[in-house]
Design a protein. Structure first.
Length: 503
């Protein structure tokens, strides 16, 4: 049954992340009678997709910058009408589990987690809706001012109503590029080119997934129409191989590639610009789960996602996940999985098994299967080719935090036998900086594998006991509770052999 005010645990469910998945999960569980806390590092709900302009900007129609804003507005209204305790400015840095129905959530507070009031929250179950971060593959000149992540550009537009430049090339791989380019062009920027490393013919190998998701085709038509209207050329099977400039971006070189993303000699051409928006897809944010030993899977585009069952449960009892942690799929899939998880948690904790056998849940499962099929097709179509490291010169910075070049990583692999990301880290410090390998992990792993039989390997899933930087004072105030002697880490598909590394 749900908790009562005298229960030693504060909530039935703690939801980490207030994007589409977290919002849907929180309000669904609360409407089913559970006590719910919704924690998020941002000041507003909506996550990375439904960002809000700062109030001081006085945006008259913030919804104009978003697709599907009415769906988000409906979730926000359900949240306002519910009993969910929304906790903005809460940066969850770790979870501890004492038993199946005994969880402790530890968070820092403040805009950047700098407030002197760390929070300890207890719950009977946890739903992770932590979203994703951008995947960046380095290239010569990518550290110049004016090179911005594609997702970062969207954040600048939606939150700050600003552009990173006036003449902006958009490059990388994945459907996000089309959305970013159309948004930039609509906002008044000149977009001289959209440079897609993969192609779109790969989607044709998944006709059933395409036929089952006509909405995705409509989105593509909307973005494509915007590009045609603003005369933005689209170059597929092409990559930015170099950024030119001294104090900031002045131009980029774009070259054709073969099917393995190897640049074709003699095809490079220079395009003048003052900014570059770049990104090669998204990476599920799973650190809170992998630290606990949750089982993971490798996605078709080489990222690490959580293994989830048909009710969004992880391999660890009492821990659910929804949205991008289970594999990149977009806001609509995230909302569907969040609602499904909310019903599953309510059935489990509220003693209402009929919730998992009704029409609503069957519809959600069917929608999830349909959207997941498209997500897998998308990941397959835009998976990085094995030859992308060929555009890296030896003096290209791979790990920006520690200023480790591609040449140093190659030397560690060639001369010292370092053929995995961890060994390279120990020899070169690549991945030991502020981002803890989130930005450079895949690049380091692929460079280390050059010349081996495999040719390329993805980075191992990190097991970080601290998901965000934590002051020593907060560590010293962590409450100690006796562990459940019957608990053992999930034995199947342990996510990594990497030792825990603190940010």
């Amino acid at each position: 049954m749900p908790t009562s005010p005298s229960d030693p645990y504060d909530y039935d469910l703690a939801v980490v992340g207030a994007g589409a998945a977290g919002l849907a999960g929180a309000v669904t569980a609360a409407e089913a009678g559970l006590t719910v806390a919704l924690l998020d590092s941002a000041a507003h709900t909506g996550g990375q997709y439904f960002r809000h302009p700062a109030p001081a900007l006085g945006a008259a129609r913030p919804q104009a910058l978003h697709h599907d804003w009415p769906a988000y507005a409906a979730l926000r209204e359900r949240l306002a009408a519910s009993s969910v305790k929304h906790l903005p400015g809460h940066h969850v840095w770790t979870l501890t589990r004492q038993a199946e129905d005994r969880w402790t959530v530890l968070a820092l507070t403040g805009d950047d987690g700098e407030a002197d009031e760390p929070v300890t929250l207890r719950a009977r179950s946890v739903l992770l809706a932590t979203g994703a971060y951008e995947r960046q593959l380095p290239f010569p000149g990518w550290t110049l001012p004016g090179v911005v992540g594609a997702g970062g550009v969207q954040a600048m537009l939606k939150s700050g109503l600003v552009l990173p430049g006036r003449r902006i090339v958009v490059a990388g791989s994945g459907p996000l590029l089309l959305a970013v380019a159309s948004s930039l062009a609509t906002a008044g920027a000149t977009v001289p080119a959209v440079v897609e490393a993969a192609g779109y013919l790969g989607y044709a190998r998944h006709p059933r997934a395409l036929a089952a998701n006509p909405g995705k085709l409509r989105e593509a038509v909307i973005h494509g129409s915007a590009l045609l209207r603003h005369r933005v050329p689209l170059h597929t099977r092409s990559v930015v191989t170099q950024v030119h400039g001294t104090d900031r971006v002045e131009a980029v070189t774009v070259a054709r590639t073969d099917r393995n993303w190897r640049p074709v000699p003699g095809t490079g051409r220079r395009i003048a610009c003052d900014a570059l928006a770049t990104g090669h897809g998204l990476v599920p944010q799973v650190e809170l789960a992998t630290t606990l030993g949750c089982a993971t899977r490798r996605t078709p585009d080489g990222t690490t996602a959580l293994v989830l069952d048909d009710l969004q449960r992880t391999s660890l009892p009492g821990l659910w996940a929804a949205g991008e942690p289970g594999g990149i799929g977009g806001w609509e899939l995230a909302r569907t999985e969040g609602e499904l998880a909310g019903l599953a948690v309510a059935a489990r904790l509220g003693g209402r098994p009929l919730l998992t056998g009704g029409t609503r849940l069957r519809t959600l499962r069917r929608d999830r299967a349909r959207l997941r099929a498209f997500a897998e097709a998308m990941a397959t179509a835009h998976a990085p080719g094995t030859g992308w490291t060929r555009w890296l010169t030896d003096d290209t910075d791979v790990c920006r935090c520690e200023e480790v070049t591609a040449g140093r990583v190659r030397e560690a692999a060639r001369d010292l036998g370092a053929h995995d990301a961890r060994t390279v880290k120990l020899l070169t410090r690549a991945g030991m900086g502020w981002c803890q390998g989130r930005m450079c992990g895949q690049a380091v792993a692929c460079l280390a594998a050059e010349g081996t039989a495999e040719g390329t390997v993805p980075p191992s899933a990190e097991r970080r006991p601290l998901a965000v930087p934590v002051p020593l004072g907060a560590l010293g105030s962590v409450p100690t509770e006796p562990a459940d002697p019957t608990h053992h880490d999930a034995p199947a598909e342990r996510p990594t052999t990497e030792r825990p590394t603190a940010p």
